[in-house]
Each structure stands twice: as structure tokens, then as C-alpha cells.
Design a protein around this ligand. Structure first.
Ligand code: CP3
Length: 357
């Protein structure tokens, strides 16, 4: 425990770091010169330059053209000064490895025209290596690696099998994903077969991302909050564990979910290096539950970033106060930036976190 505690006094003796060094040190629970920060959905509609890019190209064109994906990825690094650049892509892209067609509809999200509803549907799935099925993702990472240098860590990511399965079975975004959960409870064999296929693809996809230059990877399990602890343990956690066991020797790993206050201790045991937590619990309380051997990412409420600046600043300082300068904190929001957020507010948060304001 003592090794993970560094007080603010000790911090000052850490020599200045580059954004990349700062992020990677925190992800490895080592001392940092100042807290690293990035924002989920930082390359998105809150940025006028992203909206301008999207006026010229649709979402999938940007995501599957390495030059455009790299351009979108770099936008928040240039404008906000964040310490990590998250690849512009989507959790749906590796479905190409399984041969599942999908669309990303604006204002709605992922849509699967032929959802998975039976064992036969799962058995029809293919398995194409990521290098052949999603070459644009890997090429974008290679280009970014060169362009970013030490400025910011390059973050790869994938959707977790549970969250991907929710979309694949439901066919579209839903509040409670009732069809997906009904299949999980009613046809566990079909569920496990689908989770196996998704796990296999995700491991290959993340490995290839690290080989192409990703410094760290985040696993997005956005809908995990739909599960109780026991169901999580049997229906989702074994697959998450396998993914982290495969990825952890290659690069630092971050587990993302929201609404999972009931699952935190179990998530801490998934084998990730850091756990992203949302705002539903204070950061210090969440970290005490996660234990001293994992880092923590978070946890400002994205909706707070829409409030007048004094309230945002108070919120950001409260998160820092609760982290107490302990090694292993990566500042972020608890979930993605809301599209109506003023980028100036986000730049202000970066300055506060970096101790420049
Ligand atoms: O800065 C970044 O985070 C960019 C990379 C990124 C995107 N999607 C780009 C994107 C990442 C990391 C994601 C992950 C993602 N995609 C998740 C997990 C994170 C979370 O929010 O929980 C999920 C659930 C998806 C599925 C998805 N794709 C949704 C729900 C949407 C939003 C639909 C909408 O229009 O509101 C998308 C589309 C999408 N993916 C956008 C972006 C920037 C908006 C697209 C646009 O330009 O029209």
C-alpha cells in the first residue's frame, strides 16, 4: 500500500514529463509530475473542427479512412492539451471480423440489420483476423504513432463482449436491452457461444492495435450496469478476464463501465490495470473499494461540464482532492463528453488538472 501513496510534496520532485510519459506512468501506478487527463468522446461533436469534418464525410468514412481518422484523433490533442489521444473509431468496427453488417445512425447509434437471435446465427459467424478485416484501424494507429511522438499517449480500444452482444442481439440501442438479456437468461449456451466468438475477435483486435502502436488499451463495457453481481460473474466477467489476461502483458489496460457501483470489487479482479468509474460514487470511496493494486480513471459528471465555470472548477478540484495525488489516477469524465459542451470548458479543466490554473 505504501508504494502507491505519494503525497503532493513528493510529486514536486518528479521531473517534468511529456504527456505520454505522464499517462503511462499513471497507468502503471508510478509517480507523475502532475495528474494526466483525457476525455472520453474528446474527438467528437463538441469540437467545431470535428463538425466541419463531418459535414464533408459521413461517420464511417472518417472511421475507415486512416488519414481522416488520424486527423479527428489529433483534434482534441491540439485544442485541449490532453495527455492521451484516443483513436477515432467505434466499438462496432471489429464486427467486420465476424462478418456482421452494421450501420452507425446519427443521433441513434449502432444498428444491426440482421440481429443475432439463435444458435444458428452464432454458428454462422466468421473469424477474420483484424489485420485483414480492419486494416484501416491499424494504419490509423501507425500514422498517429509517428505524428504524436511524446506529446500524448496513443490509446486503442475495443467494446467488451457483453456490450457488443447487447447491440448484436437487440439490433439497436435500447434502454434496458430486454431482448439481449432474455437470450442471455433463456439460452445460456447460445449466449456463451456468442461471447466466445466476441472474445476471440477482441483479443486479436487489441493485440494488433498494440502491435500497430497503441500505448494502452481501454475496454468499453458501457452497458454492464444492467447486470447484478452474480450474473456478471458468470455471464460477462470470465470473458473480460480472458481479454485482460491476453492484453495485460502487452500494454496497460483500462476497464470502462458506468452505473456499476454494485460490481466494483468484481471489476477490480478482472485483471485490468485501471478501472474507469463514473460520478455515482465519490472517487475516494470507489478507489477504497477497488483496492490499492489497481489505478482509477474518472470521474467528473459530463453534465457538470455544461454548468457555469465556477461549478465545473469546483467539481474538478473535488475529484483531485479525493485522489490525493496518489499514483494511479487518470483524470477523465465518468462517461463521454456531451455534444453541447463548450471546448473552452474542457481546456479549462485540463489546466486545472495540470496545476496551471
Ligand atoms: O473521442 C472518442 O472517444 C472517439 C472515439 C469513439 C467513438 N465511439 C466515436 C464516435 C469511441 C471510443 C467510441 C466508443 C463507443 N461507441 C461506445 C463506448 C463508449 C460509450 O459512450 O459508452 C459506444 C457505446 C459506441 C456506440 C456508438 N457509436 C454510439 C452510442 C454512438 C452515438 C450516436 C450518436 O450520434 O449520438 C456512436 C457514433 C459515434 N462514435 C460518434 C462518435 C464521435 C458520434 C458520431 C457522429 O459524428 O455522428
Amino acid at each position: 500500500m505504501a508504494t502507491t501513496l505519494i503525497c503532493d510534496e513528493q510529486r514536486r520532485v518528479v521531473p517534468p514529463m511529456t504527456g505520454r510519459q505522464r499517462f503511462l506512468a499513471a497507468a502503471r501506478m508510478r509517480p507523475v509530475d502532475t495528474t494526466p487527463v483525457w476525455f472520453m468522446r474528446q474527438a467528437g461533436r463538441s469540437l467545431p473542427e470535428y463538425r466541419a469534418l463531418r459535414e464533408q464525410h459521413d461517420f464511417m468514412t472518417v472511421a475507415t479512412t486512416p488519414e481522416l481518422a488520424a486527423e479527428a484523433t489529433l483534434m482534441p490533442v491540439k485544442r485541449l492539451g490532453v495527455d492521451a489521444a484516443v483513436l477515432f473509431a467505434d466499438i462496432m468496427l471489429p464486427l467486420a471480423c465476424l462478418g456482421i453488417p452494421f450501420e452507425i445512425r446519427q443521433g441513434i447509434g449502432p444498428v444491426i440489420p440482421d440481429p443475432i437471435r439463435s444458435r444458428a446465427d452464432v454458428e454462422r459467424l466468421g473469424f477474420a483476423p483484424a489485420a485483414g478485416a480492419t486494416p484501416y484501424v491499424l494504419e490509423a494507429l501507425r500514422q498517429l504513432k509517428t505524428e504524436l511522438g511524446e506529446r500524448a499517449a496513443l490509446l486503442g480500444f475495443a467494446g467488451a463482449p457483453f456490450t457488443l452482444a447487447c447491440y448484436l442481439i437487440e439490433g439497436k440501442p435500447a434502454r434496458e436491452f430486454p431482448r439481449a438479456k432474455a437470450l442471455m437468461y433463456g439460452e445460456p449456451e447460445t449466449w456463451h457461444a456468442l461471447m466466445e466468438a466476441l472474445t476471440r475477435v477482441t483479443i486479436d483486435y487489441l493485440r494488433e492495435q498494440v502491435a500497430a502502436g497503441a500505448d494502452a488499451v481501454q475496454l468499453f463495457d458501457s452497458w454492464l450496469g444492467l447486470l447484478d453481481p452474480e450474473t456478471y460473474e458468470t455471464m460477462a466477467l470470465p470473458y473480460t478476464r480472458r481479454i485482460f489476461a491476453a492484453a495485460a502483458p502487452l500494454a496497460p489496460t483500462i476497464h470502462f463501465s458506468t452505473g456499476t457501483v454494485a460490481l466494483l470489487e468484481k471489476i477490480a479482479g478482472s485483471g485490468c490495470a485501471a478501472v474507469s468509474v463514473d460520478w455515482r460514487q465519490p472517487l475516494d470511496v470507489a478507489w477504497a473499494r477497488l483496492g490499492p493494486s489497481v489505478g482509477i480513471q474518472g470521474n467528473l459528471d459530463p453534465a457538470l461540464a455544461l454548468a457555469p465555470w465556477p461549478a465545473v472548477e469546483r467539481g474538478a478540484r473535488d475529484v483531485l482532492r479525493r485522489a490525493k495525488g496518489r499514483a494511479g489516477h487518470i483524470f477523465n469524465l465518468g462517461h463521454g463528453i456531451l455534444p453541447q459542451t463548450d471546448p473552452e470548458t474542457l481546456a479549462g479543466v485540463v489546466r486545472v488538472v495540470h496545476g496551471e490554473a
